[in-house]
Unconditional design. Structure first.
Length: 292
């Protein structure tokens, strides 16, 4: 399976902070925002990843992530001239996707929960059609909403409904088979002039090939699109990391645990990060590997 991180958008809700830097490069506590969606793809076993962003911001992503080889990944880059909708990622990334299935994740989405990696890996192996991830929220009218029947089958998808049929928001993580490229090519721009991801999902739903996996109790899903949500995400990460002495979305540790790199390579990455607490943590993990 191929992966795409969509790190575009103008980030106007974060102005003036995002006037000079891409919103996905703004830190959530101790690491750039893009580490969180990147780590999700890594936990799914995906190593061939395309980062899509604006022409002005791509050089910064290249400086941060390089070609991914230090993490055992293959990271490439593509431009989105302007934010023309999430579904445009499949048109921009068609060459990257090739004949494979693909996972798309939004660059400002954070996922955390027990058993997440096995769930992602199983989903990546079994994808047939479209697999979405639902999360119960108190304000579903702000999101795309998925409705399921008594048997748990996905029966409807509505984008920001005034009267939601459920409280299951559709998160910014999507798994598709290879048909998604052709489906995206046939999507017409919405009233706001964008290629909507909901239209892609509705096409799969019409074929009876869309399903919704609910992220239940114990899972957390956050985005960082506003100052308030960015602050809340930082506080969430800080609380977990300080209490448990673990690092959420530490891409070096994930690369080591997934077998993408060895302990020596992980330690070198930690050394490159200098005296920062994050760098010390990476070196500690590498020095103690393998765990007893």
């Amino acid at each position: 399976m191929k992966g795409i991180v969509l790190a575009g958008g103008s980030g106007t809700r974060l102005y003036p902070t995002s006037l000079a830097v891409s919103k996905q490069l703004i830190p959530v506590y101790d690491k750039p925002t893009i580490y969180y969606p990147l780590s999700t793809l890594m936990l799914a076993g995906i190593r061939d990843i395309l980062v899509i962003s604006s022409p002005a911001d791509l050089p910064q992503y290249r400086r941060l992530l390089g070609d991914g080889s230090a993490l055992g990944l293959d990271i490439s880059y593509a431009e989105q001239e302007r934010p023309n909708g999430l579904a445009e990622a499949f048109l921009i990334g068609a060459g990257h996707i090739g004949a494979d299935p693909v996972a798309l994740i939004l660059g400002d989405n954070i996922f955390h929960g027990p058993g997440f990696s096995p769930l992602l890996q199983k989903t990546a192996r079994d994808v047939d059609g479209c697999t979405l991830f639902g999360y119960s929220v108190t304000d579903p009218e702000r999101y795309g909403v998925g409705e399921v029947d008594a048997a748990g089958k996905l029966v409807s998808i509505e984008e920001k409904p005034a009267v939601p049929k459920s409280n299951r928001a559709i998160t910014g993580l999507y798994f598709y088979d290879n048909d998604v490229v052709d489906i995206a090519k046939n999507v017409t721009p919405s009233a706001r002039g964008e290629l909507e991801i909901t239209d892609v999902n509705l096409a799969y739903l019409a074929q009876g090939r869309a399903r919704l996996i609910e992220l239940g109790r114990g899972f957390s899903w956050l985005d960082t699109g506003t100052p308030e949500s960015l602050l809340a995400a930082g506080q969430f990460v800080h609380t977990l990391e300080s209490r448990q002495h673990v690092r959420i979305a530490c891409v070096e540790e994930i690369a080591l645990r997934m077998g993408y790199i060895d302990a020596d390579a992980c330690h070198r990455l930690g050394e490159r990060l200098g005296a920062s607490g994050y760098g010390r943590y990476v070196r500690e993990i590498a020095s103690g590997w393998p765990e007893s």
